[in-house]
Design a binder for this molecule. Structure first.
Ligand SMILES: [Zn+2]
Ligand SMILES: [Zn+2]
Length: 253
């Protein structure tokens, strides 16, 4: 999990006015969790820049090479939106990968030549070499999304001390389950925690009522009642549980 340090907070201080503007916009416009919505916008922007400029930028390449793994979602995205320019990106990653494997092979050979030779000793050498061949954990793009989410959430938790931000929050969708939980874990202000809990309960109570209404209107006795918001209650609930802003135009298979 991403853990902010002092450098990160200094960086955050410089960015705060921009983040506030993004959050304020998201509280008005986002169909779901404002944090997930801005993260999605930022990810889209980052991908646009990646394809324009960053695919061969050395600092970006080094950062990817540090944990060279792609989650399924981001691998699909590169396949869908990528082009031949990615040959440079992946050439770099393959060169680095071979260096790591070469180091591993050298280690292995040394282990094999060492005396007295044993399987245990050989495996020891092999595992030592694996530090240069890190596990396929932590997609770089997912990690960037997580960092952006934590930054936004930290600013929102501060802003919720102010009355006008609370009013803006009240008319928004509110936080999704993941960001609500993270917010409750991170906030140092009891009044903000209380406010978030009250708000979450109010929203869930509304959903509960809408589900009751939905099932009531399924009944033939009430079938002539006009249909309303309760028809979308399951979609609202889905947004609350979703780990990220759902794609508005998912392709049906
Ligand atoms: Zn969220
Ligand atoms: Zn990812």
């Amino acid at each position: 999990m991403f853990r902010p340090d002092r450098k990160w907070y200094a960086f955050l201080g410089r960015l705060t006015p921009v983040i506030e503007a993004d959050l304020s916009h998201a509280l008005r416009q986002a169909p779901g969790c404002p944090i997930c919505w801005v993260v999605e916008e930022e990810v889209n922007r980052a991908f646009r820049w990646f394809f324009i400029d960053n695919y061969n930028d050395i600092s970006t390449l080094m950062a990817i090479a540090e944990h060279p793994a792609l989650c399924r979602e981001h691998a699909q995205r590169l396949l869908r939106d990528g082009n031949d320019a990615l040959s440079m990106t992946f050439q770099f990653l393959i060169l680095r990968e071979r260096q790591g494997l070469l180091h591993l092979r050298k280690q292995q050979n040394q282990g094999h030549l060492s005396t007295p030779w044993s399987v245990d000793r050989w495996l020891q050498w092999l595992r030592r070499g694996l530090t240069r061949f890190p596990p396929s954990r932590g997609c770089r793009f997912c990690r960037a999304s997580e960092e952006t989410g934590s930054t936004l959430l930290a600013v929102l938790l501060e802003k919720l001390l102010e009355e006008d931000w609370r009013s803006r929050y009240q008319v928004s969708f509110g936080l999704c389950r993941r960001h609500l939980r993270e917010g409750l874990t991170q906030t140092v202000y009891p009044e903000v925690a209380r406010f978030l809990l009250e708000e979450a309960d109010r929203r869930l109570e509304t959903l509960e009522t809408e589900f009751e209404l939905y099932f009531r209107r399924l009944d033939v006795q009430h079938a002539d009642e006009p249909k309303g918001k309760e028809q979308q209650a399951w979609q609202e609930a889905l947004r609350y549980f979703s780990l990220g802003e759902p794609d508005p135009n998912p392709k049906k298979r």
